[in-house]
Write a protein that binds this ligand. Structure first.
Ligand code: FAD
Ligand code: NAI
Length: 470
């Protein structure tokens, strides 16, 4: 067995948005790299997460535009659609991106092993599957990701009680869906299915949907969902789901059961950290299943790194990628490579979209800042009026003493693109003045940031003054 062992400088286990960029970066830095993947290249994000969900969401946006055409004076006849074809397009997008990724892996001379990777020791990884191999290595990056969290009281059968992966592959729209969990996945699917005229009911155990976001953002989405006819039950804990001849019956603590054709369970993720031999390498796993890492993404064992969903509660593809780059650089000898989380943008692809970065007002005050917020409604922007996209607002959280921008939140059309500017501002510790001094093109929705900065500075241009300038 020993003579047959293959030797690499670095082994990366898992090819999601954490693992594959780590492999590419390490190869660019001159390391010989093996990448092990048990399923399809690209991980959750490409195959059953970000890309397929956004392909379907983009389809729903086209439908919305057609439905709203009348407001622009354009009459279209009766609009019909074939959901199954929309799912085909989504699959085509995924396979197209995957082909590109396969090419990138080859172009960077990364050796791909297809199979399940398991640590035998801090320097040995076994691959079991299509490619059986024993690999000796100096460094290891573990990027095994996560899976939908299954709750024993209502396990997913993926026929009537579905997880997000199964829902993405559904080929026929239900008449009614109950979504358990009003978090990010729950709200994105609620928005998507609402666009296709499916009756949507969200059941969330906490006091509001998207409880991880600040109150004003959560309230804005709640109101938008109410207007669209989405029903929301909050402070409602699901206790079980029964099969009925018509579909499912969801039992909710303290209230009448709810019936629908199908249910989606979107109650968080569970980490792929079991059965991969972490104990063979002395790697500490915390109670919540996350691997303990330092600022270089290094685990409790020197030379072994963990990145992506398994390494922090930032379950976002771009965080996984950034962590992967940090780990690869550190593994290649760049000791200064460290991870910062002060300017992580997060986008929720609902209608309206939500973009956030940095601190909320509540968090800033909690951290001892003399914080204030400057908010500007899209209603007051010429571009938003021109495009009939007037819902929502952009707001910035600032430190009154220094003018530094600590956080930003935006709810509205194209929030996903808008939030990038505030990412740069916060990562570079810029101030309200620096945004005010930056010329923003007119007419664009990005002017909302300039206006929000002016509001925070008590010198609003397109809103009535809110008080005397201090
Ligand atoms: P993963 O992407 O989960 O990849 C891990 C890979 O490791 C998988 O391919 C798996 O097969 C492989 N693997 C596991 N164990 C082994 C083993 N022992 N040996 C070999 N291979 C193994 N994030 C965003 O930022 N934006 C979004 O819009 C977004 N949308 C999402 C929508 C949905 C429906 C879901 C479920 C998630 C979404 N996410 C989004 C989250 C994002 O997908 C994850 O944060 C991201 O994929 C995590 O990357 P990762 O590399 O840690 O793990
Ligand atoms: P989540 O943590 O965002 O939301 C789960 C929700 O379920 C919580 O609000 C929780 O209170 C609720 N819940 C838990 N048990 C419940 C019960 N028994 N009854 C009723 N409600 C219950 O997790 P989610 O939505 O599964 O998403 C997982 C992760 O995937 C997210 O944290 C996010 O990081 C990532 N993701 C990111 C996206 C993006 O960036 N656009 C899109 C989709 C997912």
């Amino acid at each position: 067995m020993d003579e047959k062992a293959k030797k690499f400088d670095l082994v990366v286990i898992g090819s999601g948005p954490g693992g594959y960029p780590a492999a590419i970066k390490a190869a660019q830095l001159g390391l010989s790299v093996a990448l092990i993947e048990a399923n399809e290249l690209g991980g959750t994000c490409l195959n059953r997460g970000c890309i397929p969900s956004k392909a379907l969401i983009a389809t729903a946006a086209v439908l919305d535009n057609i439905k709203n055409a009348d407001e622009f004076g354009i009459q279209v006849g009766q609009v019909t659609y074939d959901y199954s074809k929309m799912v085909d397009r989504k699959d085509a997008v995924v396979s197209q991106v995957r082909k590109g990724l396969e090419g990138l892996i080859r172009a960077n001379n990364i050796t791909l092993f297809k199979g399940v990777g398991k640590l035998l020791s801090p320097k040995e990884v076994k691959v079991i599957g299509q490619d059986n191999a024993l690999i000796r290595t100096d460094k290891i990056i573990i990027a095994t990701g996560s899976e939908p969290r299954n709750i024993p009281a209502f396990p997913c059968d993926n026929v009537k009680v579905l997880d997000s992966t199964a829902l993405l592959n559904l080929r026929k729209l239900p008449k009614k869906i109950i979504i358990i969990g009003g978090g990010i996945i729950g709200c994105e699917f609620a928005s998507l299915f609402n666009a296709f005229k499916v009756e949507v009911v969200i059941v969330e155990m906490l006091t509001r949907i998207i409880p991880m976001e600040c109150q004003s953002v959560s309230t804005a989405l709640t109101k938008a969902f109410e207007r669209k006819g989405i029903t929301m039950h909050t402070q409602a804990m699901v206790q079980g789901i029964d099969n009925t001849p018509q579909g499912v019956r969801v039992r909710v603590a303290g209230q009448d059961p709810l019936d629908a054709d199908i249910a989606l369970v979107a109650v968080g993720r569970s980490m792929n950290t079991r059965d991969i031999g972490l104990e063979n390498a002395g790697i500490l796993v915390k109670e919540n299943g996350l691997v303990k890492v330092d600022e270089h993404m290094q685990t409790t064992t020197e030379g072994i790194y963990a990145i992506g969903d398994i390494a922090s509660t930032w379950w976002l593809a771009h965080v996984a990628t950034h962590q992967g780059i940090v780990a690869a650089r550190h593994a290649a000898g760049e000791r200064s490579a460290v991870m910062h989380y002060n300017a992580v943008p997060s986008v929720i692809f609902t209608v309206p979209e939500i973009g956030t970065v940095g601190l909320t007002l509540e968090k800033a005050i909690e951290q001892g800042y003399q914080a204030t917020v400057g908010a500007f409604p899209f209603q007051a922007l010429g571009k938003s009026q021109a495009t009939l996209q007037t819902d929502g607002f952009a707001q910035i959280v600032t430190d009154k003493r220094t003018g530094q921008i600590l956080g930003a939140q935006v709810v509205g059309h194209d929030a996903s693109a808008l939030i990038a500017e505030m990412g740069v501002v916060i990562a570079n510790e810029l101030t309200v003045e620096s945004v005010i001094e930056t010329i923003h093109a007119h007419p664009t929705v990005a002017e909302a940031w300039l206006e929000a900065a002016l509001v925070a500075n008590n010198t609003p241009l397109h809103l009535p003054p809110r008080g005397k300038k201090k």
